[in-house]
Design a binder for this molecule. Structure first.
Ligand code: APR
Ligand code: ZN
Ligand code: ZN
Length: 373
C-alpha cells in the first residue's frame, strides 16, 4: 500500500490516503516509483471539473520516477531506469504518430476520457473502489502504473525533481514555441499568462532567438519572474488593457506570435487580437468546456490573414523533444532550477493547488517520501 492524494469528488480538497493498493503492471505497462511531481494548473482544473475528470481519482501529470516493475512485452525500460512520465502516451505507430503528431496519438484519446490506461481501466484502488488516474499518469501517488509508451528514459545523473517539470510545463511551453509556432529569430512574441507553463513559453522564445518577448500578466510578481526567464518587456494587465499594452510596444502592429497561456475567454480573444496581420496566435491554456473563440471572422481573421493554432502538449514528440530539452538544459540554455519555487511534501498538495496563480510562484514540486527500507 502506498500514499496518494485522492480527489474523492469534484471541487473537494484532495485526501491524503495511505491505503492505496497498486496492481501489478499488465502487458505493455510499467510500475513507476514516482520521485517528484509538479503541481500544474490543469490539476486544479481537474479538481474543479473545469477539465473532464471522473472521480475518485489520483491527479498529478507532471512527474518523474524510477521503474520498479515491468509488465509482459515491455522492452523500452527496465527496473531501476529513471523515467519521465508523459501525460500523452505516444505509440509511435498510429496514423497521427506516423505523421509526427505524437501529441495527438490515437491510443491516448481513451486515457483522457476514461481516467484510465490504454484499455480504459486503472491499476489503483482505495477503500475497495478503483481510483482513476489523471491522463494515464496520477503522479500524486508514490507508485503509478503507466503505459510503456508514456515513458521516456532519462539519464542517470539527472535530478528527478527538476526532470519532473519536463513532463508538462516545459514540454508544453517550450514546445508551443519551437514546434507549434516555430518562432523565428528576431520575432516579436507576446505571452499572456506567466505561470509555470507561460514561463516556459518565455524561455522557449528566448531559445528561439525572439527579439522582443512581451510578458502579460495580471499578477505583477509574475512579470518580475518572467523577466528572469527572458521577457524583455512587460504589460501589467491588472492596470493596463493587455491588447493596448502590446500594441503600444509594437508600433500598433501587434505581435508576430501571441501565446495564450491562461485558458480563459477574455485572454483567448485578447491573444488573437494582439496578433499582427499575418501573424500567429497560439492557444495553449486549457479553457472550460463552454469557452468559445469569439473574434470577428472577417476583420479578426480573414482580412487580418491570421493563423490561429491550438497547442496540445506543445505539439511534442516526446522521444525527440525530451532529449532536445535535455541538451538545451545541459548547454545552460534551459532553466529548470528557476522553475522550482517550492519543494513540498505530498501532504501540502492542497495548499499548492490554492497557491497557483498567486505570488511569485513558478512551480510547487512534490517530492515523495523515499520507499521504506
Ligand atoms: N490576464 C493575464 N494573465 C492572467 C489572467 C489574465 N486575465 N488571469 C490569470 N493570469 C495569469 C496568472 O496570474 C498566472 O500567472 O495566468 C497565469 C497562470 O499560471 P498558473 O496558474 O501557474 O497556470 P499554469 O500551470 O501555467 O497553466 C496555464 O495552461 O496547461 C494549461 O490548464 C493549464 O490552462 C492552464 C494554463
Ligand atoms: Zn500540466
Ligand atoms: Zn500513436
Amino acid at each position: 500500500m502506498v500514499r496518494a492524494a485522492v480527489l474523492a469528488a469534484l471541487g473537494r480538497p484532495l485526501e491524503i490516503r495511505d491505503d492505496v493498493e497498486v496492481e501489478d503492471p499488465r502487458t505493455g505497462e510499467v510500475q513507476v516509483r514516482i520521485v517528484a511531481s509538479g503541481v500544474c494548473h490543469s490539476d486544479l482544473s481537474a479538481r474543479d471539473g473545469v477539465m473532464l475528470m471522473p472521480t475518485p481519482a489520483v491527479l498529478g501529470h507532471e512527474g518523474a520516477g524510477v521503474v520498479e516493475k515491468v509488465g509482459d512485452g515491455v522492452t523500452a525500460v527496465q527496473p531501476g531506469d529513471p523515467v519521465l512520465v508523459s501525460w500523452v502516451p505516444q505509440c509511435g505507430t498510429c496514423y497521427l504518430c506516423e505523421r509526427r503528431q505524437g501529441h495527438l496519438c490515437e491510443t491516448a484519446t481513451i486515457t483522457l476520457a476514461s481516467g484510465g490506461l490504454l484499455d480504459g481501466t486503472t491499476r489503483l484502488r482505495s477503500g475497495g473502489a478503483p481510483l482513476h488516474q489523471m491522463a494515464a499518469s496520477g503522479t500524486f501517488s508514490e507508485l503509478a502504473v503507466v503505459p510503456e509508451t508514456g515513458l521516456v528514459k532519462l539519464p542517470a545523473d539527472l535530478d528527478l525533481k527538476l526532470a519532473s517539470l519536463l513532463g508538462c510545463s516545459v514540454l508544453t511551453g517550450v514546445g508551443a514555441v519551437l514546434n507549434t509556432a516555430r518562432v523565428a529569430e528576431g520575432d516579436t512574441v507576446a505571452v499572456v499568462g506567466c505561470g509555470g507553463v507561460g514561463l516556459n513559453v518565455i524561455q522557449g522564445a528566448r531559445i528561439a532567438g525572439a527579439a522582443r518577448i512581451i510578458a502579460v500578466d495580471t499578477n505583477p510578481a509574475k512579470l518580475d519572474l518572467a523577466a528572469s526567464f527572458g521577457a524583455t518587456h512587460a504589460v501589467d494587465a491588472s492596470s493596463t488593457d493587455a491588447v493596448a499594452g502590446v500594441m503600444k510596444l509594437t508600433e500598433q502592429r501587434g505581435a508576430d506570435v501571441a501565446f495564450e497561456v491562461v485558458g480563459a475567454q477574455r485572454t483567448i480573444d485578447q491573444a488573437i487580437t494582439m496578433t499582427r496581420r499575418g501573424g500567429h496566435a497560439v492557444l495553449v491554456g486549457v479553457p472550460a468546456m463552454d469557452v468559445t473563440v469569439s473574434v470577428p471572422a472577417f476583420f479578426g481573421v480573414v482580412l487580418a490573414g491570421k493563423t490561429i493554432s491550438g497547442c496540445w502538449y506543445g505539439s511534442s514528440n516526446i522521444r525527440q523533444d525530451v532529449p532536445r530539452l535535455l541538451r538545451l538544459y545541459r548547454a545552460g540554455r534551459l532553466d529548470l532550477e528557476g522553475l522550482v519555487s517550492r519543494t513540498i511534501d505530498l501532504s501540502e498538495v492542497n495548499e499548492a493547488l490554492e497557491a497557483l496563480g498567486t505570488g511569485d510562484l513558478a512551480r510547487s514540486v512534490i517530492v515523495h517520501r523515499p520507499p521504506a527500507a
